[in-house]
Structure formats: C-alpha cells, structure tokens
Design a protein around this ligand. Structure first.
Ligand SMILES: [Ca+2]
Ligand SMILES: [Ca+2]
Ligand SMILES: [Ca+2]
Length: 200
C-alpha cells in the first residue's frame, strides 16, 4: 500500500514531534465554565458537576480554580461569602448566607495537570508492511481504514518497529536494504477520546 511520498511523510513526522514538545510546556487551563445559576439555593460549580456538564473541558484533579461573575468581576471583589472555593469541591455560593439574599452568577476556570491537556493515546496501528517502496502508515490512510480509532488532528505521533529484534538490513532482499516494519500510535485531543473511548 503506497500513499504519498516519503518526503511528505518524514516532514509530517518531524512537524508532529516539534508540536508535541511545544505543547508540554504550555499552561493547561480550561475556558471559563458556567454550569449553574443562583436561581435555586445558590450558584454551585462543583468539580463533579462541571465534569458532567463539560466532559471534554473540566479535569478530575484540578490544581487551581479561579471564579468571576458573568459580568467579569473577580470573586474576591464581590461581597458574597462562599461555602466553598477550592480545588477539592469546587465553587459554591449559597443564597441565604448572603446579606443581599442572593449570590451573583459565577463562572470558574480550572488549571489542570499538564497530562490532561495532552489528550490520550490511540492503540498501535500496523497497516502497511515494507514491501515495494516502503512502510507507509499515513494518517490519511489510517483514518480511512479505522475511522473511529484515529483522530484527524493528532497532537503527536510515535513510531516503533513491530518486531523488538528488528534488523536494519534484510539479508533476503536483493540489494540488502529495506525499511523495517513499523507501527504507529497517535496522541489525540481529549474531546476525541471521550467520544470514541478507544485510548489506552
Ligand atoms: Ca443553582
Ligand atoms: Ca454559575
Ligand atoms: Ca507497518
């Protein structure tokens, strides 16, 4: 199975590797999340509830939490008293504990462990073998053959030989040189993995 040129493929690998290393150093923060309002007993933005409401955005073990009102006023600058404002439970403002009798509507932003933002890994794929021009495991091809298992915008790719004892020279091939048989796996955005549930 031959698909595309080798130059294109090696450029692809190089590009993906660079991107992977850049990503690790980035701070891992969610967008502003607002899953509740103060119309009942109060405004409760608990971690479990946020995960339920925003499964591809909120993380299970946040290392930081920040709250501000929907008008953009930081939680520390309002007169409200909070029942909870930490990474263990999340954020909670109870109406009856307030002088005004009602909490503002808050949104929260979580800082997550860096591995949360790196997404999740697929299984290993070995679709081609190194007969003919070489061993081609292209994203386009793999996506076509395994549509629910490979994401179209991976953040990283890894490749290794199928056989642990692979040799660089194959004595049975005329001319002596051919590629080893490789398998590849991808790191995909978390949103993809939650939907398809195929990560390891
Ligand atoms: Ca509420
Ligand atoms: Ca809210
Ligand atoms: Ca292969």
């Amino acid at each position: 199975m031959i698909n595309g040129s080798e130059d294109h493929f090696s450029n692809f690998i190089r590009h993906q590797s660079v991107f992977h290393f850049n990503l690790v150093s980035e701070e891992c923060r969610t967008r502003w999340l607002n899953g509740d309002d103060p119309s009942d007993e109060g405004d409760v933005e608990s971690i479990p509830q946020l995960i339920k409401t925003f499964p591809s955005h909120a993380c299970r073990n946040p290392i930081g939490i920040e709250a501000k009102t929907t008008y953009g006023i930081s939680a520390k600058n309002t007169r409200d008293i909070f029942l909870s404002y930490d990474v263990t439970f999340g954020f909670a403002c109870i109406n009856k504990e307030q002088e005004a009798g009602r909490c503002e509507d808050y949104q929260v932003l979580l800082t997550c462990p860096s591995d949360f933002c790196q997404g999740c890994r697929t299984r290993w794929f070995d679709f081609d073998n190194p007969t003919g021009r070489g061993d081609y495991e292209t994203l386009l091809q793999l996506e076509m053959v395994f549509p629910n298992e490979v994401c179209s915008q991976p953040v990283a790719i890894e490749a290794m030989t199928v056989s642990a004892t692979g040799q660089t020279r194959n004595p049975h091939t005329p001319g002596g040189r051919r590629c080893q048989d490789y398998k590849v796996r991808f790191t995909c955005p978390l949103s993809f993995c939650l939907v398809h549930n195929q990560w390891s």
